[in-house]
Design a protein. Structure first.
Length: 252
């Protein structure tokens, strides 16, 4: 009964696939927290979340899993409490840690698909490398100011994050870039939809293309991506075909 309305879209089989899937979300701030909310509400079987740090007042314009009454407490603690209120049937593992390669490998290994919702490029590169090494698909979502961008990375078949950004963009400000909460929310909601598309096989995920949406002017466009055969992360990797990974989800 809980999922009756979305079963009209993905079917009983699609709902069962969601239930059997583990998603690792790197970061539960404005973007990742929104993705976590919608994936929990959709009935994902298990969420693994990682986010270092405590709640601060400037977080609250966008981090809707957080609470102004809980300033100074660990973000992941509040995230778990609120996600369980949304859907007590979802299993949740939470880690108050930064994304470092070795730890990321353990979390990625335990998951079926990953959402990159971090702002720090060092963390994003570490997560990308872990996903490439373990052949796990990753939804790469980001926002800056009023702009949202999203692509889905398929190791060995699509451009990875390191192909797209061999170096951190010169304009990126990891601790002070402009954020409108609603833009983060749109990015997180779109990331959740992209995860559901990959798991259930409905629609067409953004493989080898990055979709960008300017929320200020309501203008969107798509940029074609190409895998770099010399990429230090994925250049020598031969990944599974899209079909074989879809079959992996289909067997659930």
């Amino acid at each position: 009964e809980r999922y009756r309305r979305q079963i009209k879209l993905i079917g009983e089989q699609g709902q069962e696939k969601l239930k059997k899937t583990t998603v690792f979300i790197a970061g539960v701030g404005g973007l990742g927290g929104t993705a976590a909310i919608y994936l929990a509400a959709a009935g994902i079987g298990k969420l693994i979340i990682a986010h270092e740090g405590t709640v601060a007042l400037p977080d609250l314009n966008r981090q809707i899993l957080m609470d102004s009454r809980r300033i100074g407490e660990e973000r992941v603690t509040l995230a778990v409490e609120n996600l369980r209120r949304i859907n007590p049937n979802v299993i949740i593992e939470a880690y108050p840690e930064r994304i470092r390669y070795e730890r990321a490998k353990a979390w990625v290994k335990s998951s079926d698909i990953v959402v990159d919702a971090r702002y720090d490029f060092l963390e994003r590169y570490a997560l990308n490398k872990a996903c490439v090494d373990l052949n796990k698909p990753m939804v790469e979502a980001a926002m800056y100011g009023f702009e949202v961008s999203i692509t889905t990375i398929w190791p060995g078949k699509t451009a990875c994050l390191n192909c797209i950004y061999p170096e951190q963009p010169y304009s990126w400000e990891p601790y002070g870039f402009p954020v409108l909460g609603a833009t983060s929310g749109i990015a997180g909601a779109v990331a959740a939809i992209e995860v559901i598309k990959v798991i259930t096989g409905i629609g067409k995920p953004y493989f080898n293309q990055m979709h960008r949406f300017d929320t200020l002017h309501f203008h969107s466009y798509t940029v074609s991506l190409k895998r770099n055969e010399q990429c230090s992360h994925c250049g020598k990797k031969e990944g599974e075909s899209y079909e074989s990974v879809y079959e992996r989800f289909a067997r659930r």
